[in-house]
Design a protein around this ligand. Sequence first.
Ligand SMILES: Cc1ncc(COP(=O)(O)O)c(C=O)c1O
Length: 503
Amino acid sequence: MITTDHLAIPYTGGTQDISGVPSEAELTRLANLYLENEFVQVPAQTPSYSPAVLSQTEASQIREINVNTYGPGENVTNSTSAGNAGKAGVGGQKGNDSIVIGSKTLEQIRQDFPILEETVNNHPLIWMDNGATTQRPRAVIDRLTYYYEHENSNVHRGAHTLAARSTDAYEAARQTVADFLGAPSKDDIIFVRGTTEGINLVAQSFVKPRLNPGDEIIVSLLEHHANIVPWQLVAQETGAVIRVIPVDESGQLILPEYAKLFNERTKFVSVTHVSNVLGTITPVAELISIAHAHGIPVLVDGAQSVAHIPVNVSALDADFYVFSGHKIYAPTGIGALYGRKEYLEEAKPYHGGGNMIADVTFERTIYNPAPNKFEAGTGSIGDAVALGAALDYLTGIGMSEISRYEHELVSYGMRELAKIDGLHLIGTATEKSSALSFVLDGHTIDEVGQYLDKWGIAVRTGHHCAQPILRHYGLEGVVRPTLALYNTPEDVDTLVRAVRSIH
Ligand SMILES: Cc1ncc(COP(=O)(O)O)c(C=O)c1O
């Protein structure tokens, strides 16, 4: 007898009211149709969070307050000043108010981040630990506060006004993530705790069920431990093997060697878009197209790219793309996973519990389709909403312009640091983002980090959760300044002056 266990049925209604869930006989009929690969649709239900639940006045009040929260001008999506970052001459020649990045000046952007007013050891804070986490703009802080002051409720449950508000805000944030990533639908976006959870989800739910002993998973030498250990776990459980794409001296992946790794046992590729230690921007479009030529799906770890480079998962043809909110000016504990629709349909649930089900009996459970299928339990709702605000903030400035400015700043930093005697830059690929990693003769990395802190400069020292690539360079750690949107040419000059003065 066919059971409906583990069945994900395309489903158009909300998830709270299960009164419209079909009878057992209907479910069995749907299961049979599903197994015959026919399109099945559970009768639509009225979502409990329909905006219709709000009175018109309430809805317009929310809209008005939101507009005020974001402030005028932050919706500007285009600017004639594109490219002015370069023209402003990154290199300390001009003030931050004459450097234009998309719709704002660098000075305006800095004023958006209250924490940049801090002093550390009697110096203005210079935050260059962006690879570990970024700072939050006022728009994100205010959105979070607004959520807790006006909207806080669990989502997808209950028919009261606040449940409607919070669910609307949560689902709007999902749409914002989809738009930001160029995903075909918001249903392809799963909220996760961050990149680590997203990779584990794909490893356990999608890749593991496809693996047999001797099958191969390709990763690169550049990977963060978050894109190594989850694959080791599934490899240990299934007898699969991990293959590694090598890098050249500059820290760039060697494409011809990558192409040679494919064979009939290859089942999956998981690769970073930007190395968190070397800053290398990998040729993800080529990596994906080579994998697809072999029929192999690819996950892109976007933890270090999403805040720095415009990303379009549809143009890249990525099968999965994952990032962490806290590395893109949003709160910790929230991130997003994009997945290709048919792969999300194929994948098993990651966790079991509430929210992800259409119907439960003691004999079987029918799951909701993605994204709910992967979002068991109560998520970090306010943080997801604030993630949407962070993405709106960046879109308002312009991701292409941000990327152009940061590219100039990284090039400037590399040039200036390279002039320091005894300083060795680690990671010199032509295509680089954010990281200016180095070691300094005669000084341990900890000495350098602590010395820079005395200047108010926050950098990270250590292995940065990427031991394989560091050991490839014969190192156990580096000093890693990582730049972001609000860093200035002057910040770079101060860093260089501080490093020089260690001697
Ligand atoms: C490239 C890369 N992948 C994955 C991660 C893990 O991110 P999270 O700790 O936010 O899950 C990081 C964090 O530094 C990273 O740099």
